[in-house]
Design a binder for this molecule. Structure first.
Ligand code: C2E
Ligand code: CA
Ligand code: CA
Ligand code: CA
Length: 280
């Protein structure tokens, strides 16, 4: 309000041409199997608050674009997800993550790798078989793979999503409900969702502060209790300062992830990043 604010207009000619261009390039990469490895994953450690150990890492996509530089998901993910490329992109990235997890395990660091799954994947009949084939092909113990799904994508088609999640969990792969607290109807539906973990969205962690009575502190405490009462482990994402880390531990939150511990890093930088996170 009041003017003076520049808003990027995604609907303008250049904006939509830009999107068309990125879409064509992305489709090309997926068609060719991305031989140059332009689509890559960065990994962010998750620390267990009871003892400070890194047990899991989240895989986050980056696109090393020849002209535009390193693109974050915000620059291209919605393009993929609104153009029917989400299943192919998710499967491509899942294969990278699974191979990396298998390599870490052989190197003596058996991290569980959490992969973000685009909405639309679990209602695709080919997705679950593809996941299972990838895990089997890499010889990865299924316990070392976790799938992260947002609340909103689960609620889009609860019946078929629940079926797919049951199948995945039957095979030993775990399931995380991402961005918890940002969707609607979460409480009514959550009890029917076959999951292992709940991730409290960063918007609630950001202003956790020192005071027990703030709405965000109440929300976080309730989410932790809710998760525990449903038998889920609870992760706080977007933890940016050590104060919040201590508060979350006192609130009996199980895991934390955020810049206070480590930024997402390329696979070769992960050992250092984990050491630093474990010292924090
Ligand atoms: P998300 O799943 O909620 O992932 C967490 C995001 O928060 C990541 O942004 C991460 O870099 C960022 N983050 C982590 N710690 C902090 C912190 O302490 N402070 C702040 N301000 N941010 C933090 P990123 O990598 O840009 O990803 C954004 C979103 O894009 C993800 O949100 C996820 O929904 C989606 N995404 C990322 N990678 C993939 C992928 O491989 N596949 C799919 N389908 N979606 C992905
Ligand atoms: Ca996530
Ligand atoms: Ca999240
Ligand atoms: Ca989030």
């Amino acid at each position: 309000g009041g003017g003076g604010v520049a808003v990027y207009d995604a609907g303008s000619d250049t904006g939509s041409q830009d999107r068309m261009q990125l879409l064509a390039e992305l489709r090309g990469l997926l068609d060719d199997g991305d031989p140059q490895g332009r689509l890559r994953l960065h990994y962010q450690p998750q620390v267990r608050l009871s003892d400070g150990a890194v047990t899991s890492v989240e895989a986050l996509v980056r696109w090393d674009h020849p002209e535009r530089g390193l693109l974050l998901p915000a620059a291209f993910l919605s393009i993929a997800e609104t153009s029917g490329l989400e299943v192919r992109l998710t499967c491509h990235l899942l294969a990278l993550a699974v191979r990396q997890a298998a390599a870490w395990r052989l190197a003596g660091s058996p991290y569980c790798v959490a992969v973000n799954v685009s909405p639309g994947c679990l209602v695709d009949a080919g997705f679950v078989p593809a996941v299972l084939a990838t895990v089997a092909g890499a010889g990865l113990p299924p316990e070392l793979l976790r799938l992260e799904l947002t609340e909103t994508s689960i609620m889009a088609d609860p019946a078929s999503t629940v079926r797919a999640l049951c199948e995945i969990r039957d095979q030993g792969i775990s399931v995380s409900v991402d961005d918890f607290g940002t969707g609607f109807s979460s409480l009514a539906q959550l009890r029917h969702v076959p999951a292992d973990e709940l991730k409290i969205d960063r918007m609630f962690i950001k202003e956790l502060g020192q005071d027990d009575g703030t709405p965000d502190a109440v929300m976080v405490r309730s989410a932790i209790d809710l998760g525990h009462n449903l038998g889920l482990s609870v992760v706080a994402e977007g933890v940016e300062d050590v104060g919040a880390l201590i508060r979350l531990r006192d609130m009996t939150c199980d895991f934390a992830q955020g810049y206070a511990l480590s930024r997402p890093v390329p696979a070769d930088k992960l050992p250092e990043a984990c050491e630093r996170a474990e010292r924090t």
